[in-house]
Design a protein around this ligand. Structure first.
Ligand code: PGA
Length: 250
């Protein structure tokens, strides 16, 4: 059984004060909710505060990125040991905004994935095609190459805690969600590729989240697809009542 995971990606929004105000509103709304895992991804400046404030609740918080080394002369970067030291156990890797605006590559995602696994941090690896790639019928080729590069030299044992987020770039922040059928088709393909890389058992146990304009209005139909194991929510995760509605999809 794959326990659903609903994640909120706050991107570059919310000061520490605003993050704590969110929790104050959000925690009572999802108190006792155990059907889904709930993980928030605040900015680095808020992460420690959110982790501390969420202690003892059913909400976890993770980082939006990290470096793969433990320390070094890498201005602006945060290391896996630093994340672990503040109680962080989740990290987003390869988000398309990093790929598009900050030249993130899947070769680096692969290094970061290995480091996350070695430090006991649950990695959520983002994959997804551009609109032009979908129109050129290159979706599968793109996803295959992203997955194969990200998972290079990752053993099945190491892949045990892996989570994948399928985020078609044309659906992120645009309001145009992939239909449940289009998303499920991509998820099926991703699971097939995972089986090629890590074996069927890992593929069957790996959660594949959908991301891209998830809202209270479309979460239920997405989650009704057996291939969709959760959601990575951007814009709609910023407001406590909206995100709580998503968590409570029926
Ligand atoms: P969105 O963002 O829900 O605002 O489309 C999703 C994401 O970037 O993870």
């Amino acid at each position: 059984m794959r326990k659903p995971l609903i994640a909120g990606n706050w991107k570059m929004y919310k000061t520490p004060k605003e993050s704590l105000a969110f929790l104050e509103g959000f925690l009572p709304l999802i108190e006792g909710h155990t059907r889904d895992e709930i993980v928030l991804f605040p900015t680095m400046s808020s992460l420690g505060y959110v982790i501390d404030a969420a202690q003892g609740t059913n909400v976890r918080a993770g980082a939006q990125n990290m470096h793969w080394l433990n320390e070094g002369p890498y201005t602006s970067q945060t290391s896996p040991t630093m994340l672990v030291s503040i109680g962080c156990r989740h990290v987003l890797l390869g988000h398309s905004e990093l790929r598009l605006y900050f030249n993130e590559t899947y070769e680096r995602v692969n290094l970061k994935l290995k480091a996350a696994i070695n430090h006991g941090i649950t990695p959520i690896v983002c994959v997804g095609e551009l609109l032009a790639e979908r129109e050129d019928l290159q979706t599968e080729e793109t996803l295959r190459s992203q997955i194969r590069t990200a998972l290079r030299n990752i053993s099945p044992t190491e892949a045990r805690r892996l989570v994948i987020a399928y985020e078609p770039i044309w659906a992120i922040g645009t309001g145009s969600t992939a239909t449940p059928e289009v998303a499920a088709e991509a998820h099926t393909f991703i699971r097939h590729e995972l089986a090629q890389c890590c074996g069927q058992q890992i593929a069957d146990n790996t959660r594949i989240l959908y991301g891209g304009s998830v809202k209270p209005e479309n979460i239920a139909s997405l989650m009704a697809q057996p291939e969709i194991d959760g959601a990575l929510v951007g814009g709609a995760s910023l407001v406590p009542t909206t995100f709580a509605q998503i968590v409570h999809y029926a």
